[in-house]
Ligand binder design. Structure first.
Ligand code: FES
Length: 167
């Protein structure tokens, strides 16, 4: 099929917001164990997925991401106790919101990857990259001009650092 051929020329940019405590260490383990995974993923460390806000996802799309991954500790393992249960509830609300503003939800993945799960990290990023590659580029949010509004949500130095690190 030539649509497939056409999409194969396109390499998606994937931004991964990962919890410092678990998924970041899992990704690091995959790297040090020399597991192969797509180089499309740009990792941004997040203090806890409980702190994630749709602003970060929209900002990533505005800056040219074609897909976004949010990944943290397994429910129950969060260093801030209920942080990721809280995140899980929020993800449901985010999905509805992102769907409403026109983001194709196939471009977003939420997952749990522990520090010991280098293999799972590889699986998650490979699947998302392949899916987004087949979907083609995401251009809809590149022109968004919302920074003034967004900055109200980025209200701690920690979150500001994450916001500034979005590639
Ligand atoms: Fe990892 Fe909360 S500390 S998700």
């Amino acid at each position: 099929m030539h649509t497939e051929k056409h999409h194969h020329a396109f390499e998606p940019k994937i931004v991964a917001f990962v919890c410092t405590w678990c998924t970041y260490a899992g990704a690091d383990l995959a790297g040090t164990s020399r597991m192969q995974y797509p180089p499309n993923v740009r990792v941004v460390k997040f203090p806890c997925t409980g702190r994630i806000d749709p602003v970060f996802i929209l900002r990533a799309f505005q800056k040219g991401a074609d897909g976004v991954l949010v990944s943290g500790c397994h429910p129950g393992d969060c260093h801030y106790m209920a942080g990721n249960f809280h995140a899980r509830r929020r993800f449901t609300a985010f999905r509805a919101l992102l769907d409403f503003v026109g983001v194709d939800l196939n471009r977003i993945q939420f997952s749990w990857v522990s520090a010991a799960e280098g293999g799972k990290w590889v699986e998650v990023v490979t699947e998302l990259t392949e899916r987004v590659r087949a979907m083609g580029p995401m251009r809809e949010f590149r022109e968004l001009d919302m920074e003034e509004h967004w900055s109200a949500h980025v209200n701690t130095p920690e979150l500001q650092a994450v916001y500034n690190a979005i590639p």
